[in-house]
Design a binder for this molecule. Structure first.
Ligand code: TYD
Length: 201
């Protein structure tokens, strides 16, 4: 089973993923925890290129999109697909929905570019995706408390409002795969809500 986790900054994805990881392990399941962009040494190098603020050279939106997919191709082939073939439960912090929400809805890139990449380079979509949704201000406060802001976290509220609307659109179009979790609840409540969806699948 392939499960992805999505949402804007600081909505508590990491906490939920850890809780589910521990839960599955306690049940004796073989579970793999991974993230995007990243998940392999090479893809993590691409991640640092994507997240580092470079004052000398702004990254073009196309470059950003292509680097996300370069990292994803590596991650899929080297980590996700082999783990699924090995019947592991894969918990992935962000996947293709982030590309739609951030690069298309947020940056304004044409969605046909993304469709082209998805159709050609994404052989497997998640079985279930949890979208942790909370007002932008809540998450930005949490992100700021974590310390230095990365290249995305430095964006303005208006950018994240567009990203959130992007996730809402995906949720609306694919209600079977994408489940919305109310991230203003306590971590325990979010976990229980996720578990109840998983029990249905
Ligand atoms: P991450 O550490 O996952 O962010 P957070 O902990 O705040 O959830 O950082 C990854 C950043 O990359 C995040 O700001 C979202 C962005 N991103 C995209 O823009 N497109 C993508 O396809 C992916 C996977 C991530």
């Amino acid at each position: 089973m392939f499960i992805s986790f999505e949402g804007t900054e600081g909505v508590g994805k990491t906490t939920l993923i850890r809780k589910l990881h521990d839960h599955f392990q306690a049940l004796g399941k073989n579970v793999l925890l991974t993230r995007e962009p990243g998940g392999t040494p090479m893809a993590e190098q691409i991640r640092s290129l994507l997240l580092t603020v470079n004052h000398d050279e702004a990254m073009s939106h196309d470059t950003e999109l292509l680097l996300m997919y370069a990292a994803r191709a590596q991650h899929l082939e080297r980590v996700i697909l082999p783990a699924l073939a090995d019947t592991k439960i894969v918990l992935c912090d962000r996947f293709t929905d982030s590309s739609f929400a951030y690069q298309c809805a947020g940056r304004g890139l044409d969605r046909e570019k993304l469709t082209l990449l998805n159709d050609n380079f994404v052989a497997r979509m998640p079985d279930i995706t949890f979208w942790l949704d909370a007002p932008i201000e809540t998450g930005m406060l949490r992100a700021r408390e974590r310390g230095a802001l990365d290249r995305f976290e430095q964006e303005k509220v208006t950018f994240f409002e567009k990203v959130r609307a992007g996730f809402a659109e995906i949720h609306h179009n694919e209600p079977t795969r994408v489940k919305r979790l109310d991230a203003t609840q306590t971590p325990e409540q979010v976990f229980e809500q996720a578990l109840s969806y998983l029990q249905q699948v």
